[in-house]
Design a protein around this ligand. Structure first.
Ligand SMILES: [Zn+2]
Length: 223
């Protein structure tokens, strides 16, 4: 049997000067640090908020950087990891988007913050990683009430919340071109061989990352 993958990438999002990946259950933060020894790795204390930080660690659920040599990390199990860059590869961002963060408008806030730094929303490219799929995400009424109460769109499949489609709605409503959104359509709960899932009773989380590389960056494993 071949080794399971440590990292999944989206080929339409990949490029030379931006490194990105969605770790499976076989990849860890220490391994990321060992792989990129010369880089500054930013992790967050995630609190299911809509707080997006600029180039710093701390409490929040999103982080943006314009610094080559800085890698942004988001941890998720069933929530959706959202990675963003611009076409000219001068800015990157990572967002942790569960239903609470989406309902609080984390995508709108993240995109607005990037725009306020002088970037054109039409030039943004977005990759959505593995999350719990509409196949498995049964939620209570309070979830839909939250979106309605905040006047934000959401997508249902039957009585389930469709987390990736809701994120896509928020991205396009924020001004991101739908043609520049790539999705890794894997359900964390349906894919135990690759992912942790809180809905399956597991405690572990996967790490997703994105960063602008310096030309001389040393990458010790194939990412
Ligand atoms: Zn599923």
């Amino acid at each position: 049997m071949s080794e399971p993958p440590k990292i999944l990438k989206i080929s339409t999002f990949a490029s030379k000067s931006v490194i990105h990946g969605f770790g499976t259950r076989f990849f860890s933060l220490p391994e990321l640090r060992d792989s990129l020894p010369s880089l500054n790795i930013i992790t967050l204390t995630q609190i299911h908020s809509s707080k997006v930080l600029l180039n710093s660690a701390g409490e929040g659920d999103g982080v943006i950087s314009r610094d080559p040599g800085t890698i942004l990390v988001i941890k998720t199990a069933d929530c959706l990891p959202v990675l963003i860059k611009d076409d000219e590869e001068r800015i990157v961002a990572a967002l942790h988007a569960g239903w609470k963060g989406l309902c609080k408008g984390i995508i709108f806030k993240g995109i607005a913050k990037i725009k306020n730094l002088g970037f054109n929303k039409k030039n943004l490219r977005v990759a959505l990683g593995p999350s719990i799929g509409p196949c498995c995400y049964s939620v209570g009424k309070e979830v839909f009430e939250c979106f309605k109460g905040n006047g934000l769109p959401f997508v249902k499949r039957g009585e389930n919340l469709d987390l990736p489609s809701t994120a896509i709605e928020h991205l396009t409503s924020s001004g991101v071109n739908i043609k520049k959104i790539s999705v890794l359509p894997l359900c964390t709960k349906c894919t135990p061989e690759l992912f942790y899932s809180h809905r399956r009773g597991e405690k572990g989380r996967m790490i997703s990352f994105i960063g602008l590389l310096k030309p001389e960056t040393e990458v010790k494993i194939k990412l």
